[in-house]
Write a protein that binds this ligand. Structure first.
Ligand code: HAM
Length: 424
């Protein structure tokens, strides 16, 4: 059989590649307007980084990592998410600005050995933002507003929901007390739980709320205890809820939202779309105040998110906000095969490409087939070099949208002529 791409890994062909690139440009612009600066992180990290940061009992670490061993016997992994790498880089390069903030974003492939299905791939692209150094709820709000702004500007305004929850902190009276209460309850229903939930019950009972099978039943059970956050976590979350609407973002409180990663404290959120089927999470994130310290770094609070580019593009398609692929604006042809005309056509293309998308150079073909290609590509204007006009320093400009609009132009005036045609 002919060689094929590996299951769960895909080629991104035009126009999908162009939609992806256009979305990346938009996201970068918005993130930079919010003061985030790009960090480019390695795709391969020590496996241990993800075990420590993402969490030993997460699905990602338990069963979804692509691991490899290098020649020196070191255990490495393809990054399944960007947060651990960003935290490692932040620590390794002493990026902690004393009393200040470090706001970073990244764009790139992540790898998870999940069962592939619509909207779920083994290599997928994330755009992520991480804000280090601001413990105030305004940092949660600002990062969420940046995310919402990206989705709105891309064309999803009003087509997604923001789900918000408070996960509390590690103070004994906060999440640990809740974990104990939840565990006590789950033990009473343990025989009804799925194998996964049973297995990780003692180590991470909160994950039962996140389980695709058990989660909905547990959340619906009135006996399931809910978190009573400590005073600080309560106040923090109240401020988040009060400030978020000022940026025009509405949200839904979702007490069962625990997220599949272990590092979160206080605010967590997920953005879901009703347009994309079962893999409906377009983005997710939250605060992770304890992570950097637990990795051996300074005691720096942090908050962030990552969005799934493929899922956002699927949602945009479903919303009908599917931008047209770029078409050449100008097509340059020659009437007959002649080195003189072809040279002139090449210099015209070089010149015009400073301003417009230009296609042409199908020399050696009849003018008819060159014009057929111009039509097929959707070019707006054709420039034709023919021997008789050329001898007078001219060429023909043809408006392909209004078929009868054809005129001769001095080659020296070509740029101006095209500008006026395209602006007509
Ligand atoms: P996450 O929820 O695991 O969070 O992933 C974020 C987004 O990546 C998801 O909402 C989804 O759109 C996309 N995604 C995840 N897995 C796949 C997949 N297999 N195929 C396609 N898309 C996928 C994180 O990764 C955290 N690092 C977010 C974060 C940053 N939290 C704080 N800072």
């Amino acid at each position: 059989m002919a060689l094929q791409s590996v299951k769960g890994f895909k080629d991104i062909l035009p126009p999908e590649s162009e939609r992806t690139a256009a979305f990346e440009v938009l996201a970068r612009r918005v993130l930079e307007a919010f003061g985030f600066r790009e960090i480019r992180l390695p795709i391969v990290e020590a496996q241990e980084l993800f075990v420590k940061a993402t969490g030993e009992t997460t699905d990602i670490v338990e069963k979804e990592m692509f691991v490899l061993t290098d020649a020196g016997g070191r255990n490495l992994a393809l990054r399944p998410e960007g947060t651990p790498g960003a935290v490692r880089a932040f620590m390794q390069h002493n990026m902690n600005v004393q009393g200040g903030r470090t706001k970073l974003y990244y764009v790139g492939s992540m790898f998870r050995a999940e069962r592939p299905q619509a909207g779920r791939f083994r290599e997928f692209e994330q755009i992520g933002a991480e804000a280090f150094g601001n413990a105030h709820p305004s940092a949660d709000v600002e990062t969420i507003l940046a995310l919402a702004r990206i989705l709105d500007e891309a064309g999803l305004k009003g087509r997604y929901s923001v789900h918000l929850n408070n996960l509390g902190c590690e103070r004994p009276e906060c999440r640990p007390a809740y974990r104990a209460k939840l565990l006590e309850f789950l033990r009473t229903v343990a025989d009804t739980l799925c194998e996964n939930c049973k297995r990780r019950l003692e180590r991470n009972p909160l994950r039962a709320l996140d389980c695709k099978g058990d989660g909905p039943t547990i959340k619906a059970d009135p006996r399931t205890p809910t978190l009573t956050p400590c005073a600080e976590c309560h106040a923090h979350f109240e401020t988040v809820k009060a400030l978020l609407p000022s940026g025009g973002t509405t949200f839904e409180l979702d007490g069962g939202l625990v997220r599949g990663l272990d590092y979160y404290t206080r605010t967590v959120f997920e953005i879901r779309s009703a347009d994309v089927g079962s893999q409906d999470a377009l983005a997710g994130g939250g605060r992770y105040d304890g992570l950097i310290k637990s990795m051996g770094g300074p005691d720096v609070p942090a908050t962030g998110w990552a969005l799934g580019v493929e899922r956002v593009l699927m949602a945009l398609k479903a919303a009908g906000s599917d931008p047209k692929p770029p078409q050449p604006q100008v097509y340059v042809a020659v009437q007959s095969e002649s080195p003189e005309l072809e040279k002139a056509a090449f210099s015209a293309m070089q010149l015009l490409r400073s301003h417009w998308r230009v296609e042409g150079a199908l020399f050696g073909h009849s003018l008819k087939s060159q014009m057929r290609e111009a039509d097929r590509l959707g070019a707006a204007v054709a420039v034709i070099f023919g021997p008789s006009e050329f001898s007078e320093g001219k060429c023909t400009v043809k408006d392909l949208r209004a078929k009868d609009q054809q005129s001769q132009t001095a080659i020296a005036e070509l740029e101006r002529e095209i500008r006026s045609r395209l602006s007509a």
